[in-house]
Design a protein around this ligand. Structure first.
Ligand code: ADP
Ligand code: MN
Ligand code: MN
Ligand code: MN
Length: 332
């Protein structure tokens, strides 16, 4: 199964199609009709699929594989929809920092356009019991979530956990820690598996950042980040420097952290406002949270709470690496 990100704006969709190949052969470079995916004009429609990560296919099993691809033009340069190429370049430039990322992908199950579990034409009881809840009064979709976790494990992805979220019908899985490019590759594969498995359960999984207006949490993609320097003994100065660097470049980050970010980063529902930057220990109302263990141990990682659930993970990791590592090297 070949999988790629398309050219739909403002939020690209995942696309996939099957190629039957002889057993034991490498999935080759392939292509598709870019005029049907917002990636080309009909008169010059060929877009190239270049395999970048191949993992076991937990849906079909056996010798089948998932083939994550980047899109190239026919002259083998990156297609304009290809945000991975720039991420690879930035990751190579700052490779000495040995950056790690752990992404918390939130999402919402939708049934007939409303969150799974919401009563038809109405609302459930206010938020409170749903986060990490148990019991069929509060929890909807757990069979899908567990099926998805198992599939991620069988595909060899670095899934590190799942939990029910604050809004009914909303869930999260975490991928990482992994390198800037690999964590993003894995997020796309994990999103594809989620959509594909939800098909079998007749629900839709959505990464919309604010599926329901009003007093309901939005869906984010908290991005946990560390460099070697931050993880080392006495790394707390580097932790603070990373927060300060993110503060200096806040506008560029927010503008590229997913469509509709102003709807989600309101200053309520465990967010800081999109036009304000702050960081703090244990503070879930800040743009960037320093986990309490990090302050106590004097080293570790930070959580950028701003990225939307519908973010482009290559763009998010590229921006964080560029902002934090260029600042650290100037101050070295
Ligand atoms: P939260 O308390 O915000 O819900 P989670 O447990 O959901 O946190 O997610 C924490 C994430 O942080 C995980 O994906 C984990 O892999 C990641 N993480 C842990 N240590 C590091 C580190 N040193 N660098 C980057 N990410 C890390
Ligand atoms: Mn989490
Ligand atoms: Mn969460
Ligand atoms: Mn978090």
């Amino acid at each position: 199964m070949y999988i790629w990100s398309d050219g739909t704006q403002p939020t690209p969709l995942l696309r996939s199609k099957t190629k039957v190949i002889p057993d034991g052969t490498e999935p080759p470079i392939w292509g598709f009709d870019g005029s049907s995916t917002n990636q080309a004009a009909g008169s010059a429609s060929d877009v190239v699929l270049n395999p970048v990560k191949i993992v076991p296919d937990p849906i079909r099993g056996g010798n089948d594989v998932l083939v994550l691809c980047e899109c190239l033009n026919t002259d083998m340069t990156p297609h304009e929809s290809n945000t991975r190429a720039a991420c690879v370049e930035t990751a190579e430039k700052w490779a000495d920092f040995d950056s790690w990322f752990g992404l918390e992908q939130e999402y919402t199950f939708l049934e007939d356009g409303h969150p799974y579990g919401f009563p038809k034409g109405g609302y459930p009881a206010p938020q409170g019991p749903y986060y990490c809840g148990v019991g069929s009064a509060d929890i909807f979709g757990r069979d899908v979530v567990d099926h998805h976790s198992q599939a991620c494990i069988e595909a060899g992805l670095d899934i590190s956990g799942t939990n029910a979220e604050v809004m009914m019908g909303q869930w999260e899985f975490q991928i990482g820690p992994a390198s800037p490019v690999d964590v993003a590759d894995q997020i796309l594969l994990a999103r594809w598996l989620l959509y594909r498995i939800a098909e079998d359960h007749d629900v839709d999984a959505s990464i919309h950042p604010k599926p329901i207006a009003g007093d309901w949490n939005g869906a984010g993609c908290h991005t946990n980040f560390s460099t070697k320097q931050m993880r080392e003994e006495g790394g707390y100065d580097a932790v603070i420097a990373a927060c300060e660097a993110l503060g200096k470049n806040a506008a560029e980050h927010v503008a590229n952290y997913g469509d509709g970010i102003e709807q989600r980063l309101t200053g309520h529902h465990e967010t800081q406002r999109w036009d304000t930057f702050s960081y703090g220990v244990s503070d879930r109302g800040a743009s960037v949270r320093i986990p309490w263990q990090v302050e106590r141990e004097g080293k570790g990682y930070i959580e950028d709470r701003r990225p939307n659930a519908n973010c482009d993970p290559y763009t998010v990791t590229r921006l964080i690496v560029e902002t934090v590592c260029s600042d650290a090297s100037q101050n070295a």
